[in-house]
Design a protein around this ligand. Sequence first.
Ligand code: NAD
Length: 290
Amino acid sequence: MKIGFIGLGNMGGPMAANLVKAGHAVTGFDLAAPMPEGVAGATSAAQAAEGAEVVITMLPNGAILRAVADEVIPAMSAGAVLCDCSTVDVESARAVADRAAAAGLGALDAPVSGGVGGAAAGTLTFMVGGGDAAFATVKPLFEIMGQKAVHCGAAGAGQAAKICNNMILGATMIATCEAFALADKLGLDRARMFDVVSTSSGYSWSMNAYCPAPGVGPQSPADNGYKPGFAADLMLKDLRLSQQAAEAADADTPMGALAAALYARFVEEEDGRGKDFSAMLPRFEKRGRG
Ligand code: NAD
């Protein structure tokens, strides 16, 4: 397939490289990042999109996505599909889908989970919003870049699934970390705490698969000095998107709001920037109730 790929950073670079390895012809454009091996470099986003059957974007936020979409949509051939894999606000995803549809193009919002490791290994999960025909066109590419693609519904449904999942994850990680800090103060051994909770009703992905306590449970960023992994900054971005969506939809999300406020404080006022999101545990360790 002829593919345009715009945004070849930490995630987009390895995703594009996997498409090349699978034999697809990929033309890329990025303002800063180098072209991965085998990706032909274009001089603009529009040039990368010209003649492509599928244009994939992997960009920092919704404002940039809207600007790039304005540039590439007029350059795309009728019937082609614009597939955005960035994590952006639901409104931007829907606005871009509307613009693409008006130009006779298919559009998908297809944010991912799995991080940089999943992008490199081709094991991402795609959460996809958009039409059936566009999903069918891009599905073989999802199968190369990932291990699972769930068609969640119409435009915006992929972003909705992503921010709901990460709102649960942020709140659960905080609950797991504060419980470990409480257990410490109660004199409970962390390994025993893990043994009990990971097999009791407090279990979760945060505890069982990504335990925030070093030396306890499976290998996780806690065992590597809290080097991300999934950075607290990115968790904050996703929690803010979930709060933005909750406000727009008049949904009551008090735990999500508190998780967003705690990660904001951690990243912007404390020492959380650049650390894994599970570094909430050393944060709680240092604190009392005050
Ligand atoms: P990144 O900053 O490494 O990559 C973004 C790239 O977009 C950069 O190389 C930048 O130069 C390029 N870019 C910015 N504006 C551009 C423009 N106008 N035209 C062309 N290129 C432009 O970020 P990333 O970690 O690759 O994340 C990309 C997206 O994936 C984000 O939306 C992020 O939230 C999401 N995401 C990231 C992770 C992760 O673990 N890194 C996990 C899941 C989802």
